[in-house]
Design a protein around this ligand. Structure first.
Ligand SMILES: Cc1ncc(COP(=O)(O)O)c(C=O)c1O
Length: 486
């Protein structure tokens, strides 16, 4: 028999398998690869890359561990809990364990200050918010139809909503001039652009609180969004995965609260995506939730959830943990305090070396403004500077373009996936870098000044220095890129 050569062409595979829809080639994932190749470790590799591209909440695992130790019967793998092993192992109903759905509904209310109630009958499981988004997209849109998404947005949406569904995303361009607010004008423009391009818009997807901005929407904006989607008769999908990851207490407003005050809102258009990956810090458990106010969506999503159920072992343990109201209450408030402290420590450290960021009070990250470090206000310069951050400062942060930010020079830096010591080292590296580049800047300016004096400021040199390009804040004179290029 002739030996068949290993076939490298893609004809053997499906279009979905070969269309690169996972997005692994984006800078967002490149940063992770750089970290994987040289990961920081305080003892074993102190010069390695510090992972600041991961929105993980690791600040409260001591509280979780204590609860686990005090509640051995919540696990089916302990002598105290093993009597539930068989029943748990054989349960496979896609509705999920009733006690799990009740506990999740209760937890969702608690992280929203108990101002709204959630109905356990509407809780649908999925494999993380990742799976939830795809399921919602499958339920609401056909291939080629689109969701509007305000920018900057979580890069995973390009994979989760688009890859296997064939659904499109149309950016709603938000700008730094008004702190990236979602305006009616920007929504209408995006909607009209989609129509001009012959794309049918089926919904608006918002992330509230926002990843990567770390801000949340005020009630008036949410009301405006509700009236926009009702006018257009399109869906509103609200990713509230960071609902409990808010440092300023009760200020966050959920869409669930807003629709209570909007009697004319068509509830069939409203859907919430949630997960325990951020508020509890359990991305490994893959607990995603679709909470829809539309009965048909609940029913269909539940059937689809067969493709991404949460293991009953996990449901069993979490049902116990999340129905412990005292523990949850303490966990949420302590988590807020620790996040706020870390957030302040990081922003203070940055501001000491003149690095600003968008004012924020939610999420696990800061939206850093590094525009002044770019040689030119272009996305090429943004990537060039990002390479310096990865290769010289050795921090994996994520460049704004991977979040579809419309303006170059913004970078997301995560601060809750490490201990205090690593945070201090990261800050020290940033400070050292900025101070070094400042020295270089002074030296370069002085050298220029001396040589210009030497030349007695010949008119040609003077012209050079005064041209807007030379004097812009993006001038190479003011940029550490000078160092990188030489
Ligand atoms: C806004 C947003 N949605 C969804 C996800 C995916 O979450 P999960 O781990 O639950 O799939 C993330 C993860 O970073 C996120 O930031």
């Amino acid at each position: 028999m002739e030996v068949v050569k290993k076939n490298s062409n893609n004809n053997l595979l499906s279009k979905i398998a070969t269309n690169n829809g996972h997005g692994e080639n984006s800078p967002y994932f490149d940063g992770w690869k750089a970290y994987d190749a040289n990961p920081f470790n305080l003892q074993r590799n102190p010069g390695g890359v510090i992972q600041m591209g991961l929105a993980e909440n690791q600040l409260c695992f001591d509280l979780i561990q204590k609860w686990v130790e005090g509640n051995a019967n919540a696990s089916i793998c302990t002598p105290q809990g093993s009597t539930d092993f068989k029943e748990t192992a054989i349960f496979q109903d896609y509705h999920g364990l009733p006690e799990f759905r009740a506990a999740i509904a209760n937890f969702m209310s608690q992280v929203r200050g108990n101002r709204v109630k959630f109905d356990p009958a509407r809780i649908v499981m999925s494999g993380g918010a990742t799976g939830a988004h795809e399921t919602v997209a499958f339920c609401l849109a056909n291939p080629g139809e689109a969701f509007l998404v305000p920018t900057p947005y979580y890069p995973g949406f390009d994979r989760d909503l688009r890859w296997r569904t064939g659904v499109e995303l149309v950016p709603v361009v938000c700008e730094s001039s008004n702190n990236f607010k979602i305006t009616r004008e920007a929504l209408e423009t995006a909607y009209d652009n989609a129509i001009l391009a012959n794309i049918k818009v089926k919904g608006l997807l918002i992330t509230n609180p926002s990843n990567p901005l770390g801000t949340f929407l005020d009630k008036d904006t949410l009301k405006d969004l509700v009236s926009f989607i009702n006018e257009k008769n399109i869906h509103l999908v609200c990713d509230e995965i960071y609902a409990g990851t808010v440092t300023s207490g009760d200020d966050f407003v959920s869409i669930a609260e807003v629709i209570q005050e909007e009697p004319t809102c068509n509830l069939d258009l409203i859907h919430i995506v949630y997960s325990l990956s951020k508020d509890m810090g359990f991305p490994g458990f893959r607990v995603g939730i679709i909470y829809s106010y539309n009965d048909n969506v609940v029913n269909i999503a539940r059937k689809m959830s067969s493709f991404g159920l949460v293991s009953t072992q996990t449901q069993h343990m979490l049902a116990s943990m999340l129905s412990d109201n005292k523990f949850v209450e303490n966990f949420i408030s302590e988590s807020r305090v620790r996040l706020a402290n870390r957030h302040d420590m990081f922003t203070r450290g940055l501001s000491q070396v003149g690095i600003g960021s968008l004012e924020s009070n939610a999420g696990l990250f800061i939206w850093m403004d590094l525009r002044r470090f770019l040689k030119e206000p272009t996305f090429e310069s943004e990537i060039t500077f990002w390479k310096i951050i990865i290769n010289e400062i050795k921090l994996n942060v994520s460049p704004g373009q991977s979040f579809h930010c419309s303006e170059p020079g913004w970078y997301r830096v995560c601060f809750a996936n490490m201990d205090d010591e690593t945070t201090m080292i990261a800050l020290r590296r940033i400070k050292t870098f900025v101070l070094k580049s400042k020295k270089l800047e002074i030296k370069t300016t002085r050298q220029m000044w001396q040589s210009n004096q030497h030349l007695r400021l010949s008119s040609r040199r003077l012209d050079d220095m005064l041209t807007p390009h030379r004097m812009s804040p993006h001038s190479p004179l003011a940029s550490p890129l000078v160092r990188a290029q030489t």
